[in-house]
Design a protein around this ligand. Structure first.
Ligand SMILES: Cc1ncc(C[n+]2csc(CCOP(=O)(O)OP(=O)(O)O)c2C)c(N)n1
Ligand SMILES: [Mg+2]
Length: 901
């Protein structure tokens, strides 16, 4: 094309475009925006039919979603709110600076809150409802690293003392201190949600909002306008958990959910998307799955410029600059911005010729403009039919100037020098003298100052301070014993697995007149694996949409029944989502004033290993409920092999302080644990949760034994050990055999073989929980250490296995379980004799149960051999006997070691 031809084609394009734009304006004026939207949609369909490739439409131009003429008037006092915010900014900064001055390296974050202050303060002054609101308060997930700002506001509100702020990150300080981040476990009347493990807050917020709907649809909570609000960092959105469930929120039309992303374009090390635009990327992702997206990019100073951008030149320019460059503008100043942003096009330069360099530099971003932020929250609170995400552009370290504003090091900035403090004071007009500023003191205006009166009044109108954690005592009671009777009676000769028993127990609990409604069964697409499909029809699978199709198995007894008041949360294949539902249900007394009891049933291998950090959050959140690991046991789950056979989840469970983990063998043990668990969590209001592994090996389930010595078996089951079978013929035992889970049956068989074939008498103990035994023993040890003048106490496990402290046990202890040897090893120091642990260290294999138990050495044969060898090594029997057993039992001394092969 010649230059002239190109010019004329461009001008033709321009005229044609202008024509279409004029028509669009016409329709907009005469028929409104809905009509324009429908028209464009029709055009899109038509274009697609003719093979026209349209650009991906989930991104909109790089400007604010809410145009100036749709911006509601700001109802607050701009000046007063700015002053309150400035004081909070100062105090948030001061507490971190002071903490590090007192104890260098104690840490803390200034720049996250500095970027977030306006987003939070607009919320605090106008939107966030506190616990006295009729809806019980909004549920707010704060960015963990913005904690100093939240504390600083609580201090102004008079909720925290100066000493607590002085001792930020010094929780042991005698006059009170504060934890670094949001932890309900540590500050239980303050923080509602632990969020500092990034990505877990947004995931939990989605399932919290869904739990709210579930409880409403099931008549447990009355519907209201309560919101779940989640603040997240733009860097945080790289966590798969942060974005992993956003489609669910849209699918479920969770208009009670608002995400606010603090788009300061930076994370810890540097820019989030130096060569791209995080806001545009997030918009595409969220809009793509159906969220309402509100971009708050430019502050009011940009309004006129954008209004005068008749040919879209400015908007195009804004959309082509990458985040790394935008970050540079923050640091480099007005002349640089004029040259590099505006200077690329003479027409653009002309648009800002009336502005000085300084004015150019000071043009605010949307996330620092109260009016823009107010408009966004207002729209988000009112939006119906879909969740909303506010993408607000901010500056990391806003107000820190050269000390860190917009700089890559700002996340780690914890210490300001005198000069930097003075500049900060000037920037935010803090009434402190030069002399006073030196020590970065806290500042609090007089109680009757206009700021304080205004701030208190705003919170009063909005239902009290936020965050506040208030927990209603549980209204639930342990069910009648009858529910558990059949499990205490056993199955006689009939074989049943502990999984079948558990599911039956759950069914009975769900049928209970008082308790049933409050049981929340949660499964991640694994119900059939555990034989839970029988629950589908009886209780229904929760679906906010009901069931708009005829299920393919509608003619069968156990058809797939979805319903709006269904009780089962069939989450699909997401253990992370499921445990988020578990946490929401397990803390419902806090969030909604009504306790519920979650049972989250999962493939034990895909439980604590997969979602360990969320289980940690459950503990910190003080969630109550039951985690059930199904198809458990490395050798009990046969066939499935290396990835599926769990032999270590109990070790993982052991690290969570308030998680009580059990590896029960029999239905009656499960019944005792569940009944006692409900009693402790709901009648005693103890913040703990339970992990039970259940297995799929069928065997006759015995009845609850009545021990000859009158010992309390229930207490033993809960504490972790009880005597199951004494040594045969009333003989003095030479060995104490400990067994757990399905392996207990192997231990019982070994007891018989030892007696009949080798004349060795052993007694058998059921160990329901090594972790409970260890914790109790550690408690005792600690007490003994701290009370040197008192008689030492004896751990529970020692008391059981050696009731008479003076009578020495001449024998050995052998423990066998389907889990790692480290579990029995963890109590070895409190046992009356030398311990041999048999366990399943190593990777699983696809094989039969018998083969697996042989491979790992946890079958009765190995229990026999271990007992005989251990006795022989101690000179208590002839070594030949052990050697004979090797032959009798066909055990190859050179067989491969599962931990090596
Ligand atoms: C799972 C996890 N990984 C790493 C960290 C450490 N960390 C704390 S803040 C931060 C950067 C946060 O960046 P962004 O999400 O953008 O938040 P901003 O501070 O910029 O608002 C990192 C990596 C963490 N807290 N959690
Ligand atoms: Mg960031």
């Amino acid at each position: 094309m010649t230059t002239n031809a190109a010019d004329s084609s461009r001008s033709e394009d321009w005229l044609e475009t202008q024509d279409w734009v004029d028509s669009l304006h016409d329709v907009l004026r005469s028929r409104g925006s809905d009509r324009v939207s429908r028209l464009l949609h029709s055009l899109q369909i038509d274009a697609q039919k003719h093979g026209v490739q349209l650009p991906v439409t989930s991104r909109t131009p790089y400007i604010n979603t809410i145009p100036v003429d749709r911006q509601p008037p700001f109802p607050g006092d701009l000046e007063l709110e700015r002053r309150i915010k400035s004081i909070i900014r100062w105090n948030a900064m001061a507490m971190v600076v002071e903490a590090n001055a007192r104890s260098h390296g104690i840490g803390g974050h200034i720049s996250t809150y500095a970027s977030l202050a306006t987003l939070l303060e607009v919320g605090f002054n106008h939107f966030f409802r506190g616990p006295d609101d009729p809806n019980g308060g909004d549920l707010i997930y704060f960015q963990g690293h913005s904690a100093p700002g939240i504390y600083a506001r609580a201090y102004l509100e008079g909720r925290l003392t100066p000493n607590e702020l002085h001792n930020f990150r010094r929780e042991f300080a005698a006059d009170g201190g504060l934890p670094s981040y949001p932890h309900p476990w540590l500050l239980d009347d303050f923080w509602q949600f632990p969020t500092v493990s990034m990505g877990l807050g947004p995931l939990q917020a989605i399932y919290q909002a869904r739990m709210m709907r579930y409880l409403e649809d099931r008549g447990i909570k009355k519907p209201d306008d309560k919101k779940v609000i989640c603040f997240l960092g733009d860097g945080e959105t790289d966590e798969p958990e942060a974005l992993g469930s956003i489609a669910l929120a849209a699918r479920e039309h969770l208009d009670n959910l608002i995400f606010v992303v603090n788009c300061n374009l930076q994370r810890l090390d540097g820019p989030v998307r130096g060569n791209g635009q995080i806001i545009q990327e997030l918009e595409a992702v969220f809009r793509g799955v159906g969220w309402n997206v509100i971009k708050v990019i430019w502050g009011s100073e940009w309004d006129d410029l954008i209004a005068n951008d008749h040919d879209g030149r400015l908007v195009r320019r804004a959309g082509e600059v990458v985040d790394g460059e935008y970050q540079k503008y923050t640091v480099a100043g007005g002349a640089y911005i004029r040259e590099h942003f505006w200077g690329v096009d003479p027409e653009l330069l002309k648009m800002v010729e009336h502005l000085s360099d300084d004015e150019l530099w000071r043009m605010r971003l949307g996330g620092h403009d109260v009016q823009k932020v107010y408009a966004a929250f207002d729209a988000a609170y009112q939006h119906t039919g879909a969740p909303t995400i506010i993408l607000a552009r901010t500056i990391k370290g806003y107000g820190l100037g050269e000390a860190g504003e917009g700089r890559n090091v700002t996340h780690q900035q914890k210490e300001l020098n005198e000069q930097e403090l003075l500049l900060f004071r000037d920037r935010f007009d803090i009434p402190l003298s030069d002399e006073e500023v030196k020590g970065a003191p806290l500042y609090r205006p007089a109680e009757d100052s206009r700021e304080m009166v205004y701030m208190r009044e705003r919170r009063r109108l909005l239902g009290g301070s936020v965050p506040q954690r208030r927990v209603a005592p549980s209204q639930l009671r342990s069910p009648d014993d009858e529910i558990f009777d059949e499990f205490l009676e056993g199955t006689g000769d009939r074989e049943a697995s502990t999984t079948v028993a558990l599911v039956r127990m759950l069914t009975k609990l769900m049928r209970d007149r008082d308790l049933g409604k409050y049981i929340v069964p949660i499964v991640p697409d694994e119900a059939r694996t555990f034989g839970m499909e029988s629950l589908f029809r009886e209780f229904g699978i929760y679906s906010s949409h009901g069931q708009n199709y005829e299920p393919v198995d509608s003619d069968t007894l156990l058809f797939y029944k979805e319903s709006k008041d269904g009780q089962i949360l069939e989450e699909g294949i997401t253990e992370a989502g499921s445990i988020s539902s578990f946490i929401a249900s397990g803390t419902s007394a806090m969030a909604y004033g009504t306790a519920t009891i979650p049972f989250f049933i999962f493939y034990s291998m895909f439980g604590l290993q997969r979602v360990g950090d969320l289980a940690w959050v459950a503990g910190d959140s003080r969630a109550r409920g039951f985690l059930i690991g199904g198809t458990a046991g490395r050798t009990t789950l046969n066939g499935e092999g290396l990835q599926h056979q769990d032999g270590h989840s109990h070790v993982l469970a052991s690290v969570i302080p308030n998680l009580r983990a059990y590896d029960p063998a029999y239905a009656y043990e499960i019944a005792v644990i569940i009944s006692e668990g409900i009693r402790r969590m709901h009648e005693e209001n103890i913040d703990e949760f339970y992990y039970l592994t259940v297995e799929n090996e069928p065997y006759p389930q015995p009845s609850l034994p009545t021990p000859a010595n009158g010992s309390d078996i229930r207490e033993g089951i809960i504490n972790g050990i009880y005597s199951l079978r004494e040594a045969p013929g009333g003989n003095k035992p030479q060995a104490k055999l400990l067994g757990s889970g399905a392996i207990l049956n192997e231990v019982l068989r070994a007891q018989d073989v030892l007696a009949t074939e080798y004349g060795v008498h052993a007694e058998v103990w059921s160990v329901t929980s090594y972790t409970e035994l260890r914790r109790q023993a550690l408690d005792v040890e600690r007490w003994n250490m701290l009370h040197p003048l008192d008689d030492p106490q004896r751990p529970y496990v020692t008391q059981q296995l050696q009731p008479d402290a003076g009578a020495e046990f001449q024998g050995v202890v052998v423990a066998a379980s389907d889990y790692l040897k480290s579990l029995p090893d963890s109590i070895s120091q409190w046992l009356p004799g030398p311990l041999t642990s048999l366990g399943t260290d190593g990777y699983g294999r696809s094989a039969t149960r018998e083969e697996l138990r042989d491979f790992f050495g946890v079958d009765y044969r190995h229990v026999v051999l271990a007992t005989l060898t251990s006795l022989a090594r101690r000179g208590l029997i002839e070594a030949d006997l052990a050697q004979r057993a090797m032959l009798d039992l066909n055990i190859d001394s050179e067989k491969p070691n599962p931990t090596h092969v």
